[in-house]
Write a protein that binds this ligand. Structure first.
Ligand code: ADP
Ligand code: MG
Length: 695
């Protein structure tokens, strides 16, 4: 740990390495590309590629890969050797062309109908704003991925497009406020990552965890999270060893992992990095998830990134902390000491509020998945209703602007805990709200609806685009205004008037909020298929097309992919349940019944008057439940077969949600009841108690 300053970024071809290894002119040209978004020239690429290869070879590397993020939600890589044969042996070569462009076969990645299978060609292109790095002995080059026709087949391309768009619009705004030295604005992201760690030996005994990453059966264990003794609790040695090794790996890749702690549920933990520019933060979060799984295995542990691995205890999310920073180092969401006088800040807050209200459906789309459906709407994560928390201070300022009244500042007072020796400190002007889907937390927005398994690319594509859309409208007005301050206050006033329904500072988990949100006309999209329909409404397609984020065909292809993915996930879950029910649970319960029956007849033959209440009652109860379980299994079987009649990805996803998901829940309910009365030695796989408390 002491040589962290040395190891940090040691496997990254970062700015320091480039400065040291590239000729001055090449370095300057590359920096221009990175900072000003200029296209890269091939001569420069050749020199960079050669330097990159030499650096990699010195680290024992023989292969490189274009590392990209197809629509599967995970990353893809195909390793190629640097090796070229010559008459006199082999040499290691890497050209600028190979660095900037790859041609992987695109036919086996999801394209949502954008590309027919016979049109296999796809391209990957280097994203020079995210550094190349060495992972597991391979030089990885972060790239964007598109089809032969130029349509985006990945998550990075639209993310980069959205960053460009918001930068341009935010720049127009800050210029109006006289920030003449600013030349670009970037969005920053810090994704807090939750996960579970479970003993791999136990995982191997459960087909549901193996195939789906979550438990499809399982009665609750006698102890869960009710004592609240795990959250921030002392970290167990095996988990600590995992975290230390993970940190080492992350540091080598220049990933600034900073905070780690136990989360609310038993076996649940969290890692938070220091925030970075959005596309780098996204790449780093993908790498973090990848490494979490791999490092866990070295410790005999399995890292579960699923949003809801266990019923009855908290699921896992990913808090997407988001802000805007100028290249001069100003955080545009920093209120400063006197927010009521900081019109520029208030204007950006108003823009976010308006964007969220206008595009609630799209924000919900970015967090929609079969896994995340278990969290959103359940009583633990922000519900499916999108709203924004601004805290009492900012809300009061905005309300004062709206009504034209004077804002009365609440002076923050010193905290005095009644113990002389404890230091006194100023109380924050607003409390935290842990229930809001999108909370302003002092100098950034925290979007809490994101699921733990998600790439943060999608939420940020949407946030960037919708905020840029509103900023553009504001900039059009401000650029024409004689008095910018006055015009900005007018914009804020109008925005609050029109969009204040989206601001909610209360408890988002309460039933009253669901009712109130309905009165306010806010959307409440409870399931993925319902939410995804909002991807393709005319208004939402239009915002993407207007800003060049997606073409209409690209949006529709994403809708198809996500709908299909939902049905596929549920199909795998249903098939896994059927297999576990038919081949494991029911045979196990039958064996227990057989033992009970044999015991009963033995007892009767030895002593006909003996008390047989327990055996008889158990046999009756278990037989009834087993019969019921058999019926539920048949119903699920039938529901799966009937899905064949559905036409189109949308119809199928709705069918899976309405018919198959409910059949799965019913089957689980009987099986879980049986688990609680079946003798332990017969139960075919580890229980919740073992899974949650074994590490
Ligand atoms: P909290 O404890 O309120 O959640 P922290 O300050 O611990 O807040 O930060 C949580 C996450 O937010 C961290 O990943 C942090 O790097 C990130 N973060 C902080 N400031 C910003 C910012 N300006 N932009 C984006 N993310 C940020
Ligand atoms: Mg947080």
């Amino acid at each position: 740990m002491s040589n962290l300053t040395k190891t940090f970024g040691s496997m990254v071809f970062n700015d320091a390495v480039m400065k040291e290894r590239l000729p001055r002119e090449t370095y300057k040209a590359l920096k221009k590309t990175i900072n000003e978004g200029r296209a890269l020239d091939l001569d420069v690429a050749n020199v960079v590629a050669n330097a990159m290869k030499d650096w990699a070879v010195e680290h024992g590397v023989t292969h490189y890969t274009h590392w990209f993020q197809p629509m599967t939600g995970i990353t893809a890589e195909k390793h190629d050797g640097f090796m070229t044969t010559r008459d006199d042996g082999i040499i290691m070569e890497f050209s600028g062309k190979e660095l900037i462009k790859g041609e992987p076969d695109a036919s086996s990645f999801p394209s949502g109908g954008l590309r027919a299978t016979f049109e296999a060609r796809g391209y990957t292109t280097w994203d020079p704003t995210s550094y190349a790095f060495i992972k597991e002995g391979v030089l990885c080059i972060p790239t964007a991925f598109c089809s032969y026709g130029g349509e985006a087949l990945d998550k990075k391309t639209p993310l980069l497009r959205s960053m460009q768009v918001i930068s341009a619009q935010a720049l127009r705004i800050v210029k109006c406020f006289g920030m003449d030295d600013v030349t670009s604005v970037t969005t920053t992201v810090g994704p807090e990552q939750e996960y579970f760690l479970v003993d791999t030996e136990l995982v191997k005994k459960r087909k549901d965890l193996m195939f789906t990453g979550r438990t499809l059966f399982g009665a609750r264990s006698p102890k869960g999270q009710e004592l609240e003794d795990h959250y921030f609790g002392s970290i167990k040695p095996r988990v600590k060893a995992f975290m230390t090794e993970l940190d080492d790996e992350l540091y080598k890749l220049g990933i600034p992992a900073k905070t780690e702690h136990n989360e609310a549920a038993p076996a649940q933990h969290e890692l938070a990095p220091i925030y970075e520019v959005t596309n780098v933060a996204t790449d780093h979060n993908q790498l973090t998830m990848d490494l979490m799984k791999k490092v866990a295995l070295r410790h005999g542990l399995t890292c579960l990134l699923h949003e809801k691995p266990f019923a009855g205890v908290n699921g896992s999310g990913k808090h997407n902390n988001w802000s805007l920073a100028t290249n001069t180092g100003v955080n545009l969401l920093d209120p400063g000491k006197r927010p009521e006088e900081n019109t520029r800040f208030l204007l950006f807050i108003a823009a976010v509020a308006e964007a969220v209200d206008m595009f609630q459906g799209l924000l919900r789309v970015t967090v929609a998945s079969a896994g995340n459906d278990h969290r959103l709407g359940a009583n633990e994560a922000p519900p499916a209703i999108v709203s924004i928390f601004l805290g009492s201070e900012i809300t009061a300022i905005l309300e004062a602007i709206e009504s034209g009244s004077e804002y009365k500042r609440h002076t923050s007072h010193d905290m005095d805990m009644g113990v002389a020796v404890l230091p006194h400190f100023a109380q924050d002007t607003a409390d935290r709200n842990r229930t809001s889907p999108l909370a302003f937390t002092g100098n950034k927005f925290e979007f809490r609806m994101v699921g733990s398994a998600f790439s943060v690319a999608e939420p940020n594509i949407i946030i960037n685009t919708i905020v840029a859309d509103v900023l553009e409208k504001y900039a059009d007005i401000l650029e024409q205004a004689e008095d910018v301050e006055k015009a900005a206050l007018e914009i804020i006033r109008n925005t609050i008037r029109t969009h204040k329904r989206i601001i909610f500072n209360g408890n988002n988990y309460s039933d009253e909020w669901v009712e109130e949100a309905k009165q306010r006309g806010l959307l409440n999209l409870r399931s993925t298929p319902e939410a995804l329909e909002y991807y393709v409404t005319p208004n939402n397609i239009s915002v993407f097309v207007r800003h060049g984020i997606f073409t209409e065909a690209e949006v529709r292809s994403r809708y198809e992919i996500l709908m299909e993915n939902y049905s596929k996930v549920l199909s795998i879950e249903a098939m896994t349940m059927l297999e576990m029910a038919k081949r494991e649970i029911m045979p196990a319960v039958s064996s227990y019944l057989k033992e009970l029956s044999q015991e009963l007849s033995l007892k009767k033959s030895v002593c006909p008057d003996a008390d047989d209440t327990a055996e008889t009652a158990l046999i009756m109860k278990i037989s009834a439940l087993l019969g019921s379980m058999y019926k539920k299994t048949c119903l699920l079987d039938e529901a799966v077969i009937n899905s064949k009649a559905c036409k189109g990805a949308g119809e199928l996803a709705h069918y899976y949600h309405d018919s198959i998901f409910s059949a799965m829940q019913e089957l689980r309910a009987v099986a879980d009841e049986l688990e609680l009365i079946c003798a332990e030695k017969y139960w075919p796989f580890p229980t919740y108690g073992e899974l949650l408390f074994s590490v």
